[in-house]
Design a protein around this ligand. Structure first.
Ligand SMILES: *Cc1c(COP(=O)(O)O)cnc(C)c1O
Ligand SMILES: [Zn+2]
Length: 419
């Protein structure tokens, strides 16, 4: 017998244990149903301890994983008595060893492992930044092939805390091509035999990997938090926290009330915030992200600028917000920068821009009375410790193996594939 099955949230169709991103009948998200209903921690140093609810057969053996601790200084500043910080990044003093410095790494381990267990050969993605770095790092550690396509401007964000390996195939693009062009090429590579796309929010391994932040919080606190704060671009982290909470509720030992999702976007690009303020399931581009390109350029936390988030899809962020009576915030650049400085001086670790946005939303929530002072709050800081990492590690730049001149370039011309 397998460990889980996949279930479509719209038509109910079930699938066996496989690397599957879509239902054959509709466009709903699939969700993992684990046969183990009680979370039984495994003896692993990092996220592998949550094996019960990760869609892989072999336990993940890595020291990377989410950590949770009770805040003192920031909590005192805000007058909160039960503020917990969920931190994904590098902070060895608190046993946080996620060396690519974001919770994207928590998605990469189970995704690469599931790929291996289901007979896939390589994973393909278009990403400059946290996702690309996370998958490249796991490729370097496991030897599983990854193809990463990035526009020229993204190459410098792809560094590693170890020497890059031949399993990492970085394809850059000539200047003038943008992220959409990179997605186009990645899409074509992913159609080749043995290649699979990483799938974003559609990939249950990614969601359940990110969900370990909520699981770690629940076991550290002893129950689910009342509130969950995070900055969102695709909203996948919010969906994952909600799904993890649904599993914890069924477990029975962590409370019956789902944490209220309190999620933030960064002004001026706030499409999900706008749609949610109107309680609309659909994002209407002319209303919710007018002049998207300009807005994106003006946004400080550019990781949060996804133009096609899994918001309205069945099982997506809209459903998560409805089910948890959620709330959304629009945070200005100045508010984020102030929150970043406050957090770093009080808690003693550097955080990435999206985490600054999340912190700013907590400050706004306290001010507006959207949380009670003694309620249990989880602030998910999904990225940080980059400055701390540089003190301990030499960072290596990943060099491109090919440069694509334009999005329609024939793949043979790139000469990257053993085909
Ligand atoms: C990707 C990312 C986010 C946004 O996550 P989603 O839930 O996918 O929108 C927030 N913070 C950091 C550090 C990230 O890398
Ligand atoms: Zn279906």
């Amino acid at each position: 017998m397998g460990k889980f099955k996949l279930k479509c949230l719209k038509c109910g169709r079930e699938y066996e244990q496989e690397y599957r991103l879509t239902c054959e009948n509709d466009d709903s998200l699939l969700r993992t149903e684990y046969f183990e209903k009680k979370l039984e921690l495994r003896n692993q140093p990092g996220m592998g301890k949550f094996h019960s609810w990760l869609p892989v057969k072999e336990e993940l053996n890595t020291d990377a994983g989410p950590i949770t601790y009770k805040s003192e200084a920031l909590a005192r500043e805000l007058g909160l008595s039960n503020l917990y910080i969920g931190f994904s990044g590098y902070w060895p003093e608190r046993e946080a060893f996620t060396k690519t410095c974001s919770f994207k790494e928590l998605e990469a381990y189970p995704t690469m492992q599931l790929l291996k267990e289901t007979g896939g050969k390589a994973i393909v993605l278009a990403s400059a930044g946290n996702t690309g770095r996370a998958f490249a790092h796991v490729s370097a550690l496991t030897g599983i092939d990854v193809y990463i396509v990035v526009p020229d401007s993204g190459v410098s964000t792809l560094w590693l805390p170890e020497e890059p390996t031949e399993s990492i195939h970085l394809i850059s693009m000539s200047p003038g091509n943008d992220y959409t062009d990179a997605i186009n090429i990645a899409g074509r590579i992913a159609k080749l035999p043995g290649m699979v796309p990483e799938g974003g929010a559609r990939n249950v391994a990614r969601r359940d990997g990110m969900g370990t932040v909520m699981l770690d919080a629940a076991i550290t606190i002893g129950k689910m938090p009342d509130h969950y704060f995070q900055a969102v671009g695709s909203g996948t982290g919010g969906i994952s926290a909600w799904e993890a909470a649904i599993r914890l509720r069924a477990d029975g030992r962590f409370g019956q009330k789902l944490p209220k999702l309190q999620l933030a976007q960064n002004l001026p690009f706030v499409p999900m915030y706008n749609a949610w303020q109107d309680r609309r399931r659909e994002i209407i581009p002319e209303l919710d992200m007018k002049d998207a390109k300009k807005q994106i350029e003006a946004t400080y936390a550019n990781v949060l600028t996804n133009r096609a988030p899994p918001y309205g899809v069945t099982g997506g962020l809209y459903d998560a917000l409805i089910d948890t009576d959620g709330r959304m915030y629009a945070v200005a650049r100045k508010e984020a920068l102030e929150a970043k400085a406050l957090f770093e001086s009080l808690e003693g670790i550097d955080i990435l821009p999206p985490s600054a946005v999340a912190t700013a939303s907590l400050l706004k929530a306290v001010e507006a009375g959207n949380v009670e002072k003694d309620e249990t709050i989880l602030l998910n800081l999904a990225g940080g410790g980059y400055e701390r990492l540089k003190e301990d590690f030499k960072l290596y730049q990943i060099e491109p193996v090919a440069v694509a001149r334009h999005p329609d370039v024939p793949l043979e011309e790139l000469n990257i594939l053993n085909i």
